[in-house]
Write a new protein. Structure first.
Length: 288
């Protein structure tokens, strides 16, 4: 009894093997092909992938039922002293002229205004709107034409592999609209969670938007125009998880690449060699 019996990789003496020119070409091509596939797999192993899933839940339970909002909008034909932010929702909140964490920047020598606000809303359906409702004296013909530079909810996600509608209204230009028209933006807010490789989670919100503009009238005359953002929350949460390919899968792929390539190349070389030997015998008249 000898342990050599367990050797499944039996060695063939060199003097019993025959190198060929075709085999050399196939061997070089085989090695280059393996190197190419190996580098491709290595790149995929080093890089991270983003996996997304959907579920029904409120992901940010520590927020106190609040969502942070960032609004940046320019009204080039409305004075800053007339511009105000009002917030309403179904929990009974009703604020007229919200001023906390907000800033007004005069434009066009004071004829226009850029409003920047950072505020929170409750996680219930409601609206916030930019209007002249908080002004002490209402203008005769308020001009609500505007450009929206930014409207986002929650944390800002700076992730290259995640492309979503986190700032869907960016660049919305209504400068050519009717100056006396109101603008309604209907937002459907979708909670979004991003979890990186360390397990740290960041909470943001994507949203879809539909809009319309109209001049509203009542029995007392024309209603003061405003820019409305009416929102509702989706019960569906989108979660993005950053992952890296496991090591065992990388090793399995490399073994499959090397073994498969050598096997296919060996079969190809064997077929070419057999055909070449058969052709030589036909030429010598030895093939019956």
């Amino acid at each position: 009894f000898s342990s050599f019996r367990f050797d499944i990789y039996r060695k063939v003496p060199k003097d019993l093997t025959q190198p060929t020119y075709t085999g050399a070409i196939i061997s070089v091509c085989c090695c280059l092909f393996i190197l190419f596939l190996f580098l491709s797999e290595l790149t995929g192993f080093i890089a991270t992938e983003i996996v997304n899933e959907l579920y029904v839940d409120d992901p940010d339970k520590d927020s106190g039922g609040k969502i942070e909002v960032n609004l940046n909008i320019s009204l080039p034909n409305l004075h800053c002293e007339l511009v105000g932010l009002d917030i309403q929702d179904e929990m009974g909140r009703h604020e007229v002229g919200h001023i906390d964490n907000s800033m007004k920047i005069p434009l066009s020598n004071g004829d226009g205004c850029r409003f920047e606000g950072h505020f929170s809303i409750n996680k219930v359906p409601g609206n916030f709107h930019v209007s002249t409702h908080s002004a002490t004296a209402q203008p005769q013909n308020p001009d609500m034409t505007h450009i929206i530079h930014k409207l986002s909810f929650g944390d800002k996600l700076q992730v290259h592999n995640v492309h979503g509608a986190f700032n869907a209204l960016e660049g919305a230009d209504k400068l050519s609209s009717n100056p006396l028209a109101s603008h309604d933006y209907i937002l459907k807010i979708v909670p979004t969670v991003y979890e990186d490789m360390s397990g740290k989670q960041r909470y943001s919100y994507q949203y879809t938007v539909a809009n319309k503009e109209y001049v509203a009238y009542s029995h007392t005359g024309r209603i003061i125009p405003a820019i409305w953002f009416r929102y509702d929350l989706s019960p569906i949460t989108v979660k993005y998880t950053e992952r890296r390919q496991p090591l065992y899968r990388f090793i399995t792929s490399i073994c499959a690449i090397i073994g498969g390539t050598f096997t296919v190349a060996g079969i190809l070389d064997s077929c070419i060699f057999t055909a070449s030997e058969a052709w030589k015998k036909i030429q010598l008249g030895k093939m019956q």
